[in-house]
Design a protein around this ligand. Structure first.
Ligand code: CP
Ligand code: NVA
Length: 311
């Protein structure tokens, strides 16, 4: 058994790993990314298979996990609700028992977190959250790695969250609690974050602002997300009205620190949650953020399957 790897780990929420494990993963992601950029072959996951189960649409999550797994020497099985027995009500417990006898790792994108959590209970292999209604840990892993690349340690910094109190917002709060930064949260009334849903132990890691401009004041990073997440499409019309003042624009970026970054997990709707001027402007790092999904997830898959490399 490799040092530092005793029990099987799952990655279902950001808080499933500790600060020192994140420090390790960010170092590893940097090494793995540098090798990739230098065209150096690195295939520690030869003969390993990742099953990816999608109950919602995806571009980045699918491409980043699939390309990343192939680059590491492994292979991928792609399942959707529509083309597997999952869509015909085979129990999750049974699916978990069967799929995990044939693959080494499972990534799931689904609706309720409880649905995701039913899988590891009967899985022989690690399970990764590829997005649920409540959390999107792989995205925040990439976002913080991107922040570190551009600005160094995120500890003590201020992240402004402008928009929906959704899966991304919840995951930012977990990350703030673990890594020691503060989130300034501004959402329309009725769309607030709920610390219980976010799974944080106290409210010390965030401050609430009624005015999104005030949330951005002095921030090191301003970030937002779609007004209507997948699964909430029926609320679209209501949300368009409720969120009208929560568009990250040049005025909000000007209230942030002069060196503030802008992030968005994508896909984005220019003219809704962010102006084209901001997302396509000089402070935006959204393309690095998207690319980094692949590098951090390669580090994560390596860690879950092989433990710490190099002692
Ligand atoms: N950010 C993100 O998860 O994108 P996809 O929905 O395209 O996977
Ligand atoms: N909050 C968005 C993120 C998409 C990557 C959603 O859940 O649809």
């Amino acid at each position: 058994m490799k040092p530092g790897y005793s029990l099987m780990k799952h990655y279902l929420q950001f808080k499933d790993l500790r600060a020192e494990e994140y420090a390790y993963l960010f170092d590893r992601a940097h090494i793995i990314k540098t090798r990739f950029k230098n065209y150096e072959r690195y295939q520690p996951l030869a003969d390993r298979t990742l099953a990816m189960i999608f109950e919602k649409a995806s571009t980045r999550t699918r491409v980043s996990f699939e390309a990343g797994m192939y680059q590491m020497g492994g292979s991928v099985v792609h399942l959707t609700t529509g083309d597997s027995q999952l869509g015909r009500a085979e129990p999750i417990d049974d699916s978990a028992r069967v799929i995990s006898r044939m693959v080494d790792l499972v990534m799931i994108r689904t609706y309720e977190q409880t649905k995701l959590e039913a899988f590891p209970a009967h899985s022989r292999v690690p399970v990764i959250n590829g997005l649920t209604n409540e959390f999107h840990p792989c995205q925040i892993l990439a976002d913080i790695f991107t922040f570190i690349e551009h600005r160094g340690d995120i500890k003590g910094k201020v992240v402004a969250w402008v928009g929906d109190g959704n899966n991304m917002a919840n995951t930012w709060l977990q990350a703030a609690e673990i890594l020691g930064f503060t989130v300034h949260v501004s959402t329309p009334g009725g769309y607030e974050v709920d610390p219980k849903v976010a799974g944080i132990s106290s409210t010390d890691c965030y401050k609430v602002f009624a005015d999104p401009l005030e949330a951005c004041r002095g921030a090191d990073l301003v970030t937002t997300d779609v007004w209507t997440s997948m699964g909430y499409e029926a609320e679209n019309e209501t949300r368009l009205k409720a969120f009208a003042d929560w568009c990250v624009d040049a005025e909000m970026m000007a209230a942030a620190r002069p060196d503030a970054l802008f992030m968005h997990c994508l896909p984005a709707h220019r003219g809704e949650e962010v102006s084209a001027e901001v997302i396509d402007g000089p402070q935006s790092v959204v393309w690095d953020e998207a690319e980094n999904r692949m590098h951090v997830q390669k580090a994560l898959m390596e860690y879950l399957l092989l433990g710490r490399i190099g002692g």
